[in-house]
Design a binder for this molecule. Structure first.
Ligand SMILES: [Zn+2]
Length: 689
């Protein structure tokens, strides 16, 4: 065995404020996790680090709104996010917090190094003071019209529409995003600047030495350099943040963008401090030339990771590890629009987990990753992708093979038979696919890797069909035995290659086969096909409940959960009951209607009733958000929309039965939260670190 490769992986830091949506998952967390898992499969020494980004005005304002001290608020929010990522199977080695003492010390250290080397400059700025709010406003809390594209939702730091960087004074018709007040005046205030212009040549040299970056990332970095890098103000007039350790700057803190990326290092210190005997953070960051460092982030974060953070590291003059490869991705769109936290548009991660197992989302988002260009999420595409890949291809393989072993061989893998021509050509075919998959994984090409995983599943299904053990089991028992044994190994291989994408599912399958549930990368196709030997007892993977009723048969969940998609029509009028009337009729219904205010989409689970099947093999069962509590007339309304036989849902009893046995999910709008004038939330929630 050659030297073990050491791989440091970081995912962009999710901002502390609020639960993230599928777009955030697809943008950095999931690609980073899939790559970390793959590297662990190949037995690299992997360290996967992330953290919540906790400083800045959005957190400050949200805490005030929640009536909590900011530290308490951040601790709560961190806990919520950490739990969600755990349930999504994101396998961080450490999920830290940028408000940690480690980050405070390290941020101040970087500042002092930069200051000592002459890269910090004091300037008096004219900054916008809001008389209505009684405070200086951070740039992003001044909104107005963009001078370049005339979008009326430009912020003082950047235009969301055309992405150009702005100064607040560039804005036409500026106003406070906190209060909407237009009583703004420009006042002088002292700030510290990082002299990025003095670091341009160091930055150019550094960038030129980076290899293997996706075009998207290089082109964004190039654009910034070509347009001319500006010195960056790194302090703010705020209370919440890392204090500036310099005379005359008491009461000011560092700009959140200065301290957030430093948290990558500080979080590694947090990780090491939890087990100092066995962990050494310096190994990963200090004179760490033997480490390969990979960053995963969305395209809006590219400038800060290709320019700002490298300026901090290079300017310090110290031997810090800098990133080797940045994997940047584009955006996921939701039903033709942007995911938006402020407008409650999209699927949020807590909702996603309530609806379906994490692996469904993981698989689809990886197989449709927004690499190179934006990718479109729609429930229709999601349902089709999940059904085709997880149910019809992977699930089908697992079910056919394992059920056959249980039915015909009493659950014991048959030992008889020798490999023949069919198995040899299968091995040859798989060798090629495994090589392709390895290369796509190493290039961090999620879509191509998912395509290759799917191809391996298909090859396995095709082999099973050609081998047709069911036709040989009586007359040619040896032939049937080798096909079945090979197929059992194919199931294991299918789960092994899928493990980085759908870890929980893969682990259940591998456990059912009595194999290692954290599988290493197969050394060869031939070996993988002979790993499980005759005589081993296997089982069928357990069905896992996730918010819906199992159908009662002991089948793997992906096969019982084929998603059926229906578009309600006409658009957005599916629930034709007037919400105001509903409010009068039933208090319980109000919440439901709020949740499903524009329910244009739904999933329907399969429903079979007393030996007869209605509406093909699928009957629509329905429930609004709080399934069981929906009054029958709400269910009737949904049934009508779906053209279900009225006799099937007329009675209350029947309606409840439907609700108990089936479930749906609306393409929901998130229930609106308490804030009356939420214009500033846009910027607070959309920012990422
Ligand atoms: Zn603009």
């Amino acid at each position: 065995m050659t030297d073990i490769k050491k791989t440091l992986i970081t995912s962009a830091l999710p901002y502390i404020n609020g639960i993230k949506h599928l777009g955030n998952l697809a943008g950095s967390l999931l690609p980073a996790d899939i790559h970390a898992r793959y590297r662990r499969q190949t037995r690299d020494d992997v360290l996967f680090i992330c953290a919540t980004d906790e400083h800045g005005t959005p957190a400050e304002l949200a805490a005030a709104e929640a009536g909590l001290p900011i530290a308490v608020y951040c601790a709560q929010q961190h806990g919520i996010q950490a739990d969600i990522y755990r349930r999504l199977g994101i396998s961080f080695d450490h999920f830290g917090r940028s408000s940690s003492p480690q980050n405070r010390a390290l941020t101040q250290h970087f500042f002092k190094s930069l200051d000592d080397r002459g890269f910090i400059e004091e300037r008096t700025l004219k900054q916008v003071y809001s008389l209505d709010d009684g405070r200086f406003l951070p740039d992003r809390y001044i909104v107005g019209t963009c001078p370049h594209c005339e979008s009326d939702r430009a912020r003082g730091d950047q235009c969301e529409n055309c992405s150009r960087l702005l100064e607040p004074t560039d804005l036409i018709r500026p106003r406070s995003a906190v209060s909407g007040g237009t009583n703004l005046e420009v006042r002088p205030t002292k700030h510290l600047f990082l002299r990025q212009q003095a670091l341009v040549s160091a930055l150019e040299t550094w960038l030129a030495s980076r290899k293997g970056w996706p075009h998207l990332v290089t082109s964004i970095a190039r654009k910034w350099l070509d347009e001319g890098i500006q010195d960056r103000c790194i302090t703010r007039d705020l209370a919440w943040g890392v204090p500036v350790p310099k005379e005359g700057f008491e009461g000011k803190v560092f700009y959140v963008w200065f301290d957030a990326p430093i948290e990558y290092i500080a979080a590694t210190q947090e990780w090491a401090d939890a087990d100092p005997e066995n962990r050494d953070w310096k190994k990963w960051w200090w004179q760490a030339d033997d480490i390969e460092y990979l960053q995963f982030l969305g395209k809006d974060n590219v400038p800060f990771h290709t320019v700002s953070f490298p300026c901090t590291l290079l300017g310090s003059g110290e031997p810090w590890k800098t990133v080797d490869v940045i994997k940047g991705v584009s955006w996921l769109t939701y039903e033709g629009q942007k995911f938006s936290t402020s407008q409650h548009r999209g699927v949020f991660l807590d909702q996603a987990l309530d609806l379906l197992p994490a692996d469904y989302w993981r698989w689809w988002l990886a197989a449709n990753a927004p690499e190179g260009s934006d990718a479109a999420f729609s429930f229709e595409r999601f349902a089709a992708g999940v059904n085709n890949d997880l149910a019809d291809t992977f699930g089908n393989l697992v079910n056919r093979v394992l059920k056959f072993v249980i039915a015909k061989y009493d659950g014991v893998v048959p030992a008889a038979g020798k490999t023949g021509e069919l198995e040899h050509s299968l091995a040859a075919e798989l060798t090629q696919h495994l090589a392709n998959l390895k290369s796509h994984q190493e290039e961090r090409s999620l879509r191509k890797a998912a395509d290759e995983v799917r191809a391996i599943w298909s090859v396995a299904n095709a082999y099973l069909v050609s081998g047709a053990p069911w036709s040989h089991v009586i007359k040619e028992p040896d032939r049937a035995a080798i096909v079945v044994r090979t197929s059992v190994n194919l199931v294991a291989l299918a789960a092994t290659v899928a493990w980085p994408f759908i870890p929980a599912t893969a682990e259940r399958v591998l456990e059912a086969l009595g194999s290692n549930s954290e599988p290493s990368w197969p050394s060869s196709a031939a070996e993988a096909l002979a790993l499980i030997e005759g005589g081993r007892r296997i089982d069928v993977p357990p069905t896992r409940r996730n918010g819906s009723k199992p159908t009662g048969r002991s089948l793997p969940e992906w096969n019982t959960r084929r998603l059926v998609y229906s578009r309600m029509s006409p658009h957005n009028q599916a629930l034709s009951i007037d919400p105001r009337r509903a409010e009068v009729e039933s208090e319980g219904l109000v919440a439901d209607f709020e949740f499903a205010a524009s329910p244009s989409f739904l999933f329907v689970a399969p429903y079979e009733s007393r030996g007869r099947t209605i509406r093909g093999r699928t009957l629509v069962g329905a429930a609004v958000a709080s399934k069981r509590h929906s009054p029958p007339h709400a269910i009737s309304a949904i049934m009508r929309e779906l053209n279900v036989e009225s006799s099937d849902h007329r009675s209350n009893r029947r309606g409840h039965e439907l609700v108990d046995n089936c479930w749906i999910c609306f393409g929901q709008e998130r229930p609106s939260q308490q804030r009356p004038q939420p214009s500033w939330r846009e910027s607070s929630q959309e920012r990422k670190a």
